[in-house]
Design a protein around this ligand. Structure first.
Ligand code: UDX
Length: 438
C-alpha cells in the first residue's frame, strides 16, 4: 500500500513515519528542499522523543521516502494526506492557502482514484473547499478521475506523539463513500489491535470533533485555574480539591492540573478559531470566550505573586527560570507562558536567567538576548533572588534543595506547576508559593 503525506511538519512527519513503521510505503513531501535533504540524512526538523530512530530505520528499509516532488508520488498513491501549516491569518482564522495549493497540485497530477485526506487542523467546511479545488484542476485538464475527500483529525500530544499515534485512544475519520472508508480502515487497522475504535462519521462532524476535543480540554484547564485562584482566596488547597474531584470518573484525573496557563500550537489556536467560526455564523461561544480570558490572566499569576513578595519595582533583581517550552519534552515555544512571564519581569526592571533542557535554541527566537541562557538549572541560581519553576520537566522534579538554598540570594521558590512539596520546602527554610494554595 502506497501513500503520500504532504508537509513534513510536526503532524506530517510523525504520521508518515508511523505509517511506514507498520510496513506502508510512505513518501513525505515538502517544498523545503533543505528540510527534505536533512531528513534523508537523519536531521530532524523538530524535537520529538523516538522520532529520529524511527525515521532512520524506516528510511533505511526503503519504505519511508522524502521528496519535494508531489507529482511523482501522488500518481500511484491510494491516499494523500494534507498536513501542511494553517497559520492564523490577521483576523485569527486559519489561513488555508497552503492546504488549497496542495489540493490543486493533487488535482493536477493524479491519474487514478485517490482519497485526499485533510490532516491539518482545518475549519469546518474545509474538506469541501479541498474537493472543489481538486475538481477544478481535473476539469481544467479535461479528465474524469474519481476521488474522495476525507477528514482525519490528529490528537497527538507533543512529546508523546509517537506513542499516541501507535496506540491511539480512537481514530476519527470523516468520509463520504465506502471506497474511502475501506482505504482508511486498511491504513489504520495495524494501530487498533488494542480494540480501540475507528469512529467513522460525516466530514463536517470529523472536522468539528477536533475543535470540540481541544476546546473541552482547554476548558478543563481554565476551569481548574479559576478554581485554584479561588482556593487561594478561600484558604483551600487546590491539590486536595483536584484529587477530590478527579476521583469522580465522570470528571476524571486528567487535564485538571492548575498552572501558569495552557500554551502550544493547538489549544490557543483552536479555541480562538472555534470562537471565530461561531461568531461568523451568528453564535456566541460564551464558555470558550471565558476559557480564553482565564488563560490569558493565568499567565500573570506568578508575576503577581512576585510583586506581592518583592514589591512592584524589581530593578536590580535577578530571577531564575526553570523551563521555557510550553510543556515538558518538547522544544516548542509557541504561546509558551514563559514568554509572557519573562517579558513582565523584564518590564518591571528585573533580569532573567533561564534554563531549559531542549528549548533554549527555540527560545532565542522569541526572547533573543533579553535574558541570560544558563548552562544548567543550578547555573541559573547563581546571584538570583528567587526561582520560578515554569515548565515541569522531569529533571526538575527532585532537585537538590540544599544546593538551591545555598546558591539563591533569597530562599524563595515560585512553583508554577505545583510539583514541589510545600511542607518539605517550608521546613527547609524556603518561602514557597504554588498555584491555588496558601
Ligand atoms: C494538545 C492535545 O492534547 C492533543 O490531543 C492535540 O492534538 C494537540 O493539542 P499538546 O498541545 O501537545 O496537545 O499538549 P498537551 O499535553 O495537551 O498540553 C497542552 C497545554 O495544557 C500545555 O500548556 C500544558 O502545560 C497545559 N496543561 C495540560 C495544563 O495546564 N494542565 C493540565 O492538567 C494539562
Amino acid at each position: 500500500m502506497k501513500i503520500t503525506i504532504v508537509g513534513t511538519g510536526y503532524v506530517g512527519l510523525v504520521t508518515g513515519t508511523c505509517f511506514s513503521e507498520v510496513g506502508i510505503d510512505v513518501t513525505c513531501i515538502d517544498i523545503d528542499q533543505k528540510k527534505i535533504e536533512g531528513l534523508k540524512e537523519g536531521v530532524m526538523p523538530i524535537y520529538e522523543p523516538g522520532l529520529e530512530d524511527m525515521v532512520k530505520r524506516n528510511y533505511e528499509k526503503d519504505r519511508l521516502h522524502f521528496s519535494t516532488k508531489l507529482a511523482d508520488s501522488v500518481k500511484d498513491s491510494e491516499a494523500a494526506f494534507i498536513a501542511v501549516g494553517t497559520p492564523p491569518g490577521e483576523d485569527g482564522s486559519a489561513d488555508l492557502k497552503y492546504v488549497l495549493a496542495v489540493a490543486r497540485e493533487i488535482g493536477q497530477n493524479i491519474e487514478d482514484y485517490i482519497v485526499v485526506v485533510t490532516k491539518s487542523t482545518v475549519p469546518v467546511g474545509t474538506a469541501q473547499k479541498v474537493k472543489n479545488a481538486v475538481q477544478e484542476e481535473l476539469d481544467k485538464r479535461g479528465v474524469n478521475i474519481p476521488f474522495d475527500v476525507a477528514s482525519n483529525p490528529e490528537f497527538l500530544k507533543e512529546g508523546a506523539a509517537i506513542q499516541d499515534f501507535l496506540k491511539p485512544d480512537r481514530i476519527v475519520v470523516g468520509i463520504e463513500s465506502d471506497n474511502a472508508k475501506k482505504i482508511m480502515e486498511k491504513l489504520y487497522k495495524p494501530f487498533l489491535l488494542n480494540g480501540h475504535p475507528t469512529i467513522f462519521m460525516d466530514v463536517p462532524s470529523a472536522e468539528m470533533t477536533k475543535y470540540a476535543a481541544n476546546s473541552m480540554l482547554a476548558t478543563k484547564i481554565s476551569f481548574m485555574n479559576d478554581i485554584a485562584n479561588l482556593c487561594e482566596i478561600m484558604g483551600a488547597d487546590v491539590n486536595m480539591v483536584r484529587k477530590g474531584i478527579g476521583s469522580d470518573n465522570r470528571i476524571g484525573t486528567k487535564f485538571i492540573y492548575p498552572g501558569v496557563g495552557y500554551g502550544g500550537s493547538c489549544f490557543p489556536k483552536d479555541v480562538k478559531a472555534l470562537i471565530k467560526t461561531a461568531d461568523e455564523n451568528g453564535y456566541n461561544m460564551q464558555v470558550l470566550k471565558a476559557v480564553e480570558g482565564v488563560n490569558e490572566a493565568q499567565k500573570s499569576v506568578l508575576v503577581k505573586k512576585i510583586k506581592n513578595h518583592f514589591g512592584d519595582d524589581l530593578s536590580g533583581m535577578t530571577f531564575a527560570i526553570w523551563g521555557l517550552s510550553f510543556k515538558p519534552k518538547t522544544d516548542d515555544m509557541r504561546e509558551a507562558p514563559s514568554i509572557v512571564i519573562i517579558n513582565q519581569l523584564l518590564a518591571l526592571g528585573a533580569k532573567v536567567k533561564a534554563f531549559d533542557p531542549v528549548a533554549m535554541h527555540e527560545a532565542t527566537r522569541d526572547l533573543g538576548d533579553t535574558i541570560t541562557y544558563a548552562k544548567d538549572e543550578y547555573d541559573t541560581l547563581v546571584d538570583a533572588d528567587a526561582l520560578l519553576l515554569v515548565t515541569e520537566w522531569p529533571e526538575f522534579r527532585v532537585p537538590n534543595f540544599n544546593v538551591i538554598g545555598k546558591l539563591l540570594k533569597n530562599k524563595v521558590i515560585f512553583d508554577g506547576r505545583n510539583i514541589y512539596d510545600r511542607e518539605e520546602l517550608r521546613e527547609a527554610g524556603f518561602t514557597y508559593y504554588g498555584i491555588g494554595l496558601q
